[in-house]
Design a binder for this molecule. Structure first.
Ligand code: 5GP
Ligand code: MG
Length: 171
């Protein structure tokens, strides 16, 4: 399938530098743990943490959402084999994309329930016109139109994650 470039590699690099600087100054002197949501946020995680020049920890979370056969609601299941110790930590949850908002909202609650001192959110991308759960990301890389995107960590059937840019998948 063809991929049309939406956000070029250099634009992502520049934006990640800016986000890193903001996070660095906002969390100076605080016990920061960046908790990245697998698998889509791995690439932005690796680039972002190298732009945050203050001590911080890195942890991972895995969550899957299931749509019930008889209902329209989705249930988020968090894989407990990734159970980062966040008690007393200032957690920054990092995800690849905010779509409906359900995933991030549920994970904020999950991390707060485990004793984090504070929980904020960062996303590389935010899709406009799709949100059903009210959540404002504290850090957002780019706002994008309602299209299915891949690359820079985001997949289609586990392919395309390695692309150095974000692109729209054309079928
Ligand atoms: P939400 O709970 O906000 O609806 O869903 C967020 C998750 O849906 C993301 O973490 C991502 O895994 C997936 N997702 C939503 N939109 C896209 C998209 O355009 N491309 C890809 N590859 N994944 C998406
Ligand atoms: Mg995801």
């Amino acid at each position: 399938m063809a991929v049309e470039i939406l956000i070029a590699e250099s634009a992502i690099r520049d934006r990640v530098v800016e986000l890193g600087r903001r996070i660095e100054s906002d969390y100076a002197g605080k016990p920061l743990t960046i908790v990245a949501v697998l698998t889509g946020s791995l690439i932005v995680l690796a680039d972002l943490v190298r732009r945050i020049g203050i001590p911080h920890r890195i942890a991972l979370l895995q969550a899957s959402s299931y749509r019930g056969a008889t209902t329209t609601s989705t249930m988020l299941v968090v894989n407990e084999s990734f159970a980062p110790d966040v008690s007393g930590r200032d957690v920054l949850l990092l995800d690849d994309i905010l779509d409906t908002g359900q995933t991030l909202a549920a994970l904020v609650q999950h991390v707060a329930d485990r004793g984090a001192r504070s929980v904020r959110t960062a996303v590389l991308l935010r899709k406009i016109g799709r949100q059903t759960t009210p959540i404002e990301p504290d850090y957002c890389g780019f706002t994008i139109p309602d299209a299915f995107v891949v690359g820079y960590g985001l997949d289609y059937n586990d392919d395309y994650r390695h692309l150095p840019y974000v692109g729209i998948l054309k079928d």
